[in-house]
Design a protein around this ligand. Structure first.
Ligand code: PLP
Length: 500
């Protein structure tokens, strides 16, 4: 079958020819490549990454674009190579990011979405997907505790957080849409010092400036200190600044901390500030009866960011921005383009044209993969996934406490486990700057070794003012307790002869 493609070119595929034979063959071959990759991804004996330096990679794959066409067989080969040198983010030993795993239903959803190639702005061009998006957002609102509201899927949590900043500013100063920031008082925003950096990016982009983001202190586990928030709001007002939004985080990116939503909501109420919850990472906790208490008070928020492409396991990108203020998104972002959002359309009710709520024009169909996955497993399946992740993280935490050479940075509240590893060669050192300085270098050294060996991928970073620690993110549905043991064993192996 492969032979048939050898002398075929893209002009042998639909719609260039009337027969679909070659197209069938080509698609089947690519599917075969994808299937082999999925199989390998779940096979613990394969490497997580076949790492190559950029120049080495450039010599292994032919990246050059040329005048003439190549055979379709060559295209199949490029696909194979692309996957060969890609990081297997679906591998059970990939713990590097807040996304992991391959959900096969989701993956198929993404493929079908590209086949349909709709844009999400009008019912006219994406009827099925507009209704799916409405349903998904409605369900998410129910889990948050909203009785009504509005929302939009955005290309990532950073953008969803920007939607929040913009909506909050518009709610307080509707003239900001037309007049810009020139006529506004000096607006300030409060977020935990362990909150996500996207708030700063959003502030810069919206013309508020990064200095308008005031960091609030966190406690030992990484949660926002509500009394420090109140003090800082009072201070800001005394200085003539205008507090307009508090960003509470549910599931901080590094430590997985949850800010106290009710205490923060009280302060927002007292000072008339918008409450946004950045639950890009932690939002999925709402799906678990056991763990949703971490987000008690979520229904009091004005808006929320929730990324299904993280703990809900759908492929990048899929993020929801949801607000309880019906109609606000449209008021805030609409420009009434008359070539797209004609109000005199005769063929259907134009309230289904949701595109003018977005800051984009064309918008990718991120909903099909989520909707299919949610259908396939139900709320129950998602609840089990979340509960399993918590269980793995608890097991890992217990093992870290038990093992010599390992130390927790803080007690985990979620599925992020941050810990230090002391290689044998430094364990005799007394506590002090020398030991801390050496410990700081363990993360980068071990990371280099694991990448080159391809046996494991996890992150490292400093937490607050402390030196580098490892960060394990436990959430792939493909992993269990034995994999947690493997991670600790492998770190020991990688660092066995490490002298710093
Ligand atoms: C990941 C993350 C974001 C950013 O989401 P992207 O989809 O990567 O843009 C924002 N906030 C928190 C807390 C996150 O963990």
């Amino acid at each position: 079958m492969a032979l048939n493609l050898k002398n075929a070119f893209y002009t042998d595929l639909l719609p260039h020819v009337t027969s679909s034979d070659k197209t069938y063959e080509f698609v089947k071959e690519i599917c075969q490549v994808m299937l082999e990759f999925i199989e390998q991804s779940f096979d613990r004996s394969t490497r997580v990454v076949e790492f190559a330096q950029p120049d080495e990679l450039a010599s292994k794959m032919d990246f050059t674009l040329r005048d003439g066409p190549v055979h379709l067989q060559q295209i199949v080969h490029y696909c194979r190579q692309a996957l060969q040198y890609s990081v297997k983010t679906g591998h059970p030993y990939f713990f590097n990011q807040l996304f992991a795993g391959i959900d096969v239903v989701s993956l198929m959803g993404d493929c079908i979405a590209s086949a349909a190639n709709a844009s999400m702005y009008t019912y006219e061009v994406g009827p099925v997907f507009v209704l799916m998006e409405n349903e998904v957002l409605k369900k998410m609102m129910e889990f948050i505790g909203y009785t009504s509201g509005d929302g939009i899927l955005a290309p990532g949590g950073s953008l969803s957080n920007m939607y929040a900043l913009n909506a909050a500013r518009f709610k307080m100063f509707p003239e900001s849409k037309t007049k810009g920031i020139r006529h506004l008082p000096p607006l300030v925003c409060f977020t935990s010092r362990e909150g996500h950096y996207s708030m700063k990016k959003g502030a810069a982009l919206l013309g508020l400036g990064t200095d308008s983001i005031i960091p609030v202190e966190t406690d030992d586990t990484g949660s926002m200190n509500a009394s420090d928030l109140r003090t800082k709001v009072v201070d800001a007002k005394a200085k003539g600044l205008c507090p307009f939004i508090v960003n509470a985080t549910s599931g901080t990116t590094v430590r997985g901390a949850f800010d106290p939503l009710n205490a923060i909501a009280d302060i927002c109420q007292e000072f008339n500030m918008w409450l946004h919850i950045d639950a890009a990472w932690g939002g999925a906790c709402l799906l678990s009866k056991t763990h949703r208490h971490l987000m008690n008070g979520s229904e009091r928020a004005d808006s929320i960011t929730w990324n299904p492409h993280k703990l809900m396991g759908v492929p990048l990108q899929c993020s929801a921005f949801i607000t309880k203020h019906t109609g606000l998104l449209k008021e805030c972002n609409s420009t009434h383009a008359t070539y797209l959002f004609q109000q005199d359309k005769k063929q259907y009710d134009v309230s289904y044209d949701t595109g003018d709520k977005a800051i984009q024009c064309g918008r990718h169909n991120d909903v099909l993969k989520l909707w299919l996955t949610w259908k396939a497993q139900g709320h129950c399946g998602y609840e089990q996934r979340v509960d399993k992740a918590f269980d793995n993280a608890k097991y890992l935490t217990e093992q870290i406490v038990k093992r010599t050479g390992f130390e927790l940075v803080s007690q985990p509240l979620f599925v992020n486990v941050c810990f230090w590893y002391y290689p044998v060669s430094m364990r005799h050192l007394p506590d002090g700057p020398e030991k801390t300085e050496k410990l700081h270098r363990v993360g980068p050294e071990v990371k280099k070794r694991m990448t080159e060996k391809g046996s494991l991928l996890l992150g490292y970073q400093p937490v607050k003012d402390k030196c580098n620690s490892f960060r394990m993110i436990v959430h792939s549905s493909a992993v269990g307790h034995a994999d947690m043991d493997y991670v600790l064993d492998e770190i020991e192996r990688l660092a066995a002869d490490l002298t710093l």
